[in-house]
Design a protein around this ligand. Structure first.
Ligand SMILES: [Zn+2]
Length: 106
């Protein structure tokens, strides 16, 4: 559709809530962020086959490692999984790091 482009947005999330429902897409399959199960079908899985958590969010390391293709890749992921909210991988890992640091010093 012409005139439509992907823009990254900033929104406040509960990082633990995201982690519990996040599918991390790899090159061939995905991982569950909640239980670290591997080999999940990124394009089809509605929930984790190991821990059963329903997926609501999707991210991929490739958003960062292939920065030049980021928006093509985002479009492909969004077309395959319009049911999931696509979040930035680096944002996620940084936010998770902040949370771990807070938990450690709490
Ligand atoms: Zn899981």
């Amino acid at each position: 559709m012409s005139g439509r482009e992907y823009l990254r947005t900033f929104k406040l999330y509960d990082i633990e809530e995201v982690r519990q429902h996040l599918l991390i897409a790899g090159d061939l399959s995905g991982d569950c962020a909640a239980c670290r199960a591997l080999g999940i079908d990124t394009y089809k899985a509605k929930s984790c086959p190991e821990c059963g958590t329903p997926f609501q969010y999707l991210t991929s390391r490739r958003l960062e490692s292939h920065a030049g293709e980021r928006f093509q890749f985002a479009r492909r992921m969004h077309e395959k999984r319009p049911d999931l909210i696509l979040i930035d991988y680096v944002d996620y890992t940084k936010a998770l790091g902040h949370k771990k640091a807070r938990d450690f010093f709490a």
